[in-house]
Design a protein around this ligand. Structure first.
Ligand code: DC
Length: 227
């Protein structure tokens, strides 16, 4: 099989993980959820009683955090110093902690190094905020996935309610706007559409339609020789 990588970036709640996971399965690639990596650092920092925005203290414990990414039947799992943290990284607190630690250059450099290593050895579909602009600037296919903030918040709210996390839609909208702002205004590798990426707006698309839209872009790239 040809070596190729697909970068999928976009704001919170655009459906990146679900869509990227399905696209990876269809293409026979490894799916890498980079947001989960920032979440894992975020929850570890919280567990140690450190404020996620406290750059000096967060940077100070990074060398003691060993992160392993493993592939299981149900997808990607992250081990921090040998412990699987998948069950604790999807809360609203973990989201905000992830966004805060993600502004710290030392955190990004540590995670980007792992991400680039995996992508150099495998065909990957990797999703995040800076994959097309910074992590894999030479990715063969770059997608910027977005949707209106109301639609993104309403999808995230539904997900949280299904998991039994009680919160109002207004709270989710507020958190999402704050997170978008922090992710796109940080200095180092902010959330930004790469000039050579293709914009896919999923506001009015179903999950299946969004997956089909991306597979179509991959097919077209194969036809015109990009992949
Ligand atoms: O995709 P997500 O919602 O799981 O990401 C959680 C946070 O991690 C997000 O608010 C910003 C940060 N992040 C990042 O800065 N760069 C990435 N490549 C992925 C996520």
């Amino acid at each position: 099989m040809e070596k190729f990588n697909v970068a999928i970036d976009g704001p919170a709640g655009a459906g990146k993980s679900t869509i990227a996971k399905a696209v990876a399965k269809k293409l026979g690639c490894i799916y890498i959820d980079t947001g989960a990596m920032y979440r894992a650092i975020g929850v570890t920092v919280l567990q140690k009683g450190i404020e996620p925005k406290d750059e000096a203290n967060v940077a100070g414990i990074l060398d003691d955090i060993n992160m392993e990414i493993i592939s299981k039947e149900d997808g990607q799992h992250i081990l921090i110093n040998g412990t699987d943290v998948n069950g604790i990284i999807r809360t609203p607190e973990a989201s905000m902690a992830a966004s805060a630690v993600a502004t710290i250059p030392k955190v990004r450099l540590k995670l980007v190094d792992i991400q680039r290593k995996i992508a150099s050895r495998n065909n990957v579909v990797m999703d995040g905020r800076d994959i097309g602009t910074y992590v894999l600037p030479n990715a063969e296919i770059k997608i910027f996935l977005t949707a209106s903030v109301e639609e993104r918040a309403s999808r995230r709210h539904k997900e949280l309610m299904e998991k039994g996390e009680n919160c109002s839609l207004d709270e989710v909208i507020k958190d999402m706007i704050a997170r978008d702002k922090q992710d796109s205004e940080r200095e180092f590798a902010p959330l930004k559409q790469a000039d050579d990426s293709i914009l896919v707006d999923t506001t009015t698309l179903s999950l299946d339609e969004s997956i089909m839209a991306i597979l179509k872009i991959v097919e077209e790239s194969k036809l015109n020789g990009t992949v």
